[in-house]
Design a protein around this ligand. Structure first.
Ligand SMILES: [Zn+2]
Length: 240
């Protein structure tokens, strides 16, 4: 578990596995250097936020008292280009911790990850609220492939249960979400294949997609959901 030093502070998971998972719920997975700061320019999140609203309406992000202990699930991020004033190519915007259940986000719900160190399990971020607890996994994907400009994490029982039939790259169940091990596993998948949709067997219903832009990443996930629904319907033709 990460330790707390100096200005860093640990925070609780924004997304926990189901009760039948072997994972411990709500465990801090990285050290966060966090500085409170005003929201980013609303214009920076317009496209990301529009697609994030679509994901919410599809139930791919949200909050359900019957799932994951009632905690919010799902988060989205977008790489910041130097044109937006980012200090480095590794900077990205990410939805804040426990915002997955809100129908529509505003710029005050986003955090800016300025830098990260995967090997030291550290993240530096600024904003009105801390970044998603899965920010390290997002960071790993950006680090693995410079062509990736958007990373999306959702929960979908329909896709996750059919991950083998859908031939999704799957991170084995012993790899706990939010850890450097998960980050490296996702990064390895991103290096092996272009813009994969990855299932996390140890993070119930958990999936990651990425893309060259926001639409690309979102459409990959939505298309995968359509494939899962088609497979499910084919397996149960009597259902209406
Ligand atoms: Zn999750």
């Amino acid at each position: 578990m990460a330790t707390t030093t100096g200005p860093s502070h640990a925070f609780m998971s924004g997304c926990t596995p189901g009760a039948d998972s072997a994972e411990t719920e709500g465990v801090t997975k990285f050290v966060l250097d966090f500085l409170m700061a005003p929201p980013v320019e609303p214009g920076l999140i317009v496209t990301l936020n529009a697609w994030r609203t679509v994901l919410y309406r599809l139930g791919l992000t949200g909050r359900d008292r019957h799932r994951y202990g009632g905690l919010a699930y799902g988060n989205v991020s977008q790489r910041l280009s130097p044109a937006t004033g980012a200090e480095s190519a590794s900077a990205f915007l990410i939805s804040g911790t426990q915002t997955g259940g809100l129908p529509v986000l505003e710029s005050r719900h986003y955090s800016c990850v300025a830098s990260y160190d995967l090997s030291r399990n550290r993240i530096s971020a600024t904003g009105p609220l801390p970044p998603s607890s899965e920010a390290l996994t997002h960071a790993a994907v950006y680090s693995a492939d410079p062509r990736v400009n958007c990373v999306i994490h959702v929960h979908s029982p329909e896709i996750w249960q059919l991950r083998s039939d859908l031939k999704l790259t799957t991170v084995p169940p012993e790899v706990a979400y939010g850890t450097p091990e998960m980050a490296y596993a996702i990064a390895a998948a991103a290096k092996r294949e272009s813009f994969p949709v990855v299932a996390m067997a140890g993070h119930r219903d958990g999936l990651i997609s990425c893309g060259a832009n926001v639409r690309d990443a979102a459409e990959r996930m939505i298309e995968t959901l359509a494939h899962a629904l088609a497979l499910g319907a084919a397996a149960s033709p009597d259902q209406e």
